[in-house]
Write a protein that binds this ligand. Sequence first.
Ligand SMILES: Cc1ncc(COP(=O)(O)O)c(C=O)c1O
Length: 373
Amino acid sequence: MRVPFLDLNAQTAEVRIQLDEAIAEILDNSAFVLGKWGKRLEETLATAHGVKHGIAVNSGTDALKIALQACNIGPGDEVITTAFTFVASVEVIAQLGAKPVFVDIDPATFNIDVEKIEAAITSRTKAIMPIHLFGQLSDIRAIMKIANAHGLTVIEDAAQSLLSHNDEKYAGAFGKAAGISFYVTKNLGAAGDGGLILTNDDEVRERSLSLRIHGMGKERYYYDDLGYTSRMAEIQAAVLCEKWERLADWNRRRVVIANTYIKELEGTPVITPVTTEGNNHTWHQFTVRTDQRDDLMNYLRSKEVDCSIFYPVPLHLHEPYRAYGAGNGSLPVTELVSKQVLSLPVHPHLSDDQVRFAAEQVKEFCAQATATR
Ligand SMILES: Cc1ncc(COP(=O)(O)O)c(C=O)c1O
């Protein structure tokens, strides 16, 4: 039985009629950017996250970069974050001339280890950027407490955590600003790239609106800032609005699948992901840990169960980011976890049989591995 990591065709099929209609309307009206779909997306998602403003942009990367810039992060500033994330989180800090300062992660959640943040604060620290990885909030309450005590800005990388929340608020509603990604593989994916800035801050909103069109001020062709071409295409906004209608169901299905894996894999040596108390996990990824990661991956692939490694090499060990880290051994948990992680298929179009089959293969691998020890 084949168990694919993603099934974008099945996702599109659910909304195909609506997408065809919406795209035809956009083509008929030649209303390609900054139109009603973008506005609808911004308002819908801001409301859903309990945040005042949404600003739609071209990608999650742009959302983070514009959010950081709108919060005045620039040359000479230090931004505390993690190295166990997608490259964009750190890339944008460096591109703005600021310095990413890496703090190790909590192995149970893959998110920043809040106990280690204060030791990383210096006189140059301007912000903390927690990455809410795989669909779960970081320990954001503790982060906000530290940030407030030291006068630091918090910008949330919520790229993978649309609609994730704790018992208080949603991702993006804690810090000064947040970035969300709509890359095709995300829980809510565009037909290409897309992103959104969330903020309660009126000034950050105004500046972000300007930055997404080259830093243009209120008057046309007069510029206040060094900006970007980052208007979201109306076609992408329409795709996202139509898929949004299905998202709650899709996320519910992810929870069922994740819980099935957790139950099925109980008692095996494979470590299943932990959801912190009070957190609502949206299961962008279901990531297990094992010291036999590569063998498990090869075994699953031989059984046609797709799986992926997020992320095989932490960012402080990649060439462009070496200058910011203290090298191999400086982030022991991050480095160990990178060698252990394997993400299993958790997309909402998996059948119960496929989920059970995938879990069975993991169990079979564990049984064989134990037998040959
Ligand atoms: C944690 C994280 N940050 C930032 C990004 C950047 O988003 P995008 O790919 O939409 O530019 C991603 C997306 O892949 C991500 O997973």
